[in-house]
Design a protein around this ligand. Sequence first.
Ligand code: TYD
Ligand code: MG
Length: 455
Amino acid sequence: MAQKQKVSYVCDNCGYDSIRWYGQCPSCKTWDSLKEFKEAPVSAAPAVSFSRTKNSPKSIDSIDTADELRFGTGFSELDRVLGGGAVRGSIVLIGGEPGIGKSTLMLQICRCLSGCGDVLYASGEESQRQIKLRADRLEVKGKNISVLAETNLDLILDATTELKPAFLIVDSVQTVYRPSVGAAPGNVTQIKECTMALLRMAKDTGTVVFIVGHVNKDGEIAGPKILEHMVDCVLYFEGEKQNAYRILRAAKNRFGSTNEIGVFEMKDKGLEEILNPSEAMLAGRPSGVPGTCITAVMEGTRPILAEVQALVAKSAFGNPRRMASGVDYNRAVLLLAVLETRAGLLLGGSDAYVNVIGGLKIDEPAADLATVIALASSFRDLPVVPDTLAIGEVGLTGELRRVHALEQRIAEAARMKFKRCICPYYGTSGIRAPEGMELIRVHSIPQALSAAFNA
Ligand code: TYD
Ligand code: MG
C-alpha cells in the first residue's frame, strides 16, 4: 500500500516548519511565506544513498585531515573566498541576481577544474548549443568537460553515477526537479529535496558540487533558508549591472572565513579577477573637487582603498532627503547629526547623499571619518588636500576612536602613493609611518576637518 505523504508547512524566509498553515510565520513574522511541503514518501528513495558505515567516536588528535583535498578553481579570488580552494566532497551554493555572471563564472572555472578531474556542467536554463557558444567565447574547452542540458535531477544524478565526475555544476537549483516529488520546479519542496539528493551524492562520492541559486527581491536565495543550512558554503555574487565590477562574498563557509571578498570585472571575454582592488576602486577618481574622501577598509585579511563621495545640497522641500549607498543609512544619518552638533555644520536644512564608488559595501566604522570629511567637504565646497586619506571610527561626542589593523591599511595607502593619513590619536603611537607618508593623529572631528582641508 502506498504510504501517505506527510504534509507540513515551511516558511520561505526562515525555514520554520509547522504542521498547520499560518498567514504570518510565527518565527520570523513574514506574511504569506508558509508554503505547503510534501515530504517524499519512502518509496521515492534517493538515487544515491549514504554509505552505512558505522561511525564511532574518535579522539580529536587522531582524526586525519591530510585527505582534505582542495582544488584550485583558476581564480585566486574565488579560491580565497572559498578558504583556499574547493574542498573535496563539499557543496557550494552561488547566489546572485539574474545576469550578474553566475553561469559565466561557473563555466570559466571548468577550465581549471578540468585539470584536476572530470567536470559535468548540468544546466536547466540553457541548451547544450547555447552553453557551447558561451564556452567558445570564454575559451573554455577540454575533453573532460561534459555538458548536460537537463532539468530532471534524477537523470543528472544518473549521469554522475556513470561519468563519476570530480566536479558537478548544477545551474540552477530553481530549475531542477525530482519526478518523485509531486511539486513544480522552484517550489520549496523541490528545492529542498534536490539539494538533499545532491548533498548525499557529494558526501557519498566526494564530488565537489557547485549549485547556482537565484535570489529573490530581498537579495536572499529564493527558496527556504534551510537551503543555506544544508550546504557547506554560500557565496553571493554582487554588483550593479551598470558597473563592470562584481564582488563575490561568502555568507557562510564551513571551510574558511566569511570575511573574504573576491573582486571581478565583467569583460567581453568573461570575468577577470582584479588582483589590485584598490587601484580599481580609485580609478577615474576626480582630484581637487569637493565632496570626496578616500579611506581604507579591511575586507577579510586584505585592506582595500575606497572612495566615499557625498553631496550636500540645499533642500527644496521642508523635509531634507538623506540617501546612503554602500554605507549603512542609519550610520550616515548618525554621522550627519554628529557633524551638526560637534562640528557646528548646519546640515539640518540640506539634502545629503552618500555613496561608495565601485559597488563596494562598507560595514566598518573605520570609514566613518572619511564619510564625515566627504560631507563636510561638500557642505563647505572645499576639496580635501590631495593624496590624503582618512581612517577612524567617529564616536557620538565627536571623538575619534581607534580601528583594528591600522598598520595594514596605512601600508596599502602608502603602496598606492598616498602621502597623508588622518587617523585617530589613540592606538597609533607605536605605528611608524612608511616612507613618504605623514601620519596626522587627531583627537576630534574639528581637528580632523582642519587637517583635511589645510595642508
Ligand atoms: P550570466 O553568467 O548569464 O548571468 P547569470 O547566470 O548570473 O544570470 O551573465 C550574463 C551577463 O554577463 C550578460 O548580461 C552578458 C554578460 N557577459 C559579458 O559581458 N561577457 C561575457 O563574456 C559573458 C559570457 C557574459
Ligand atoms: Mg545563468
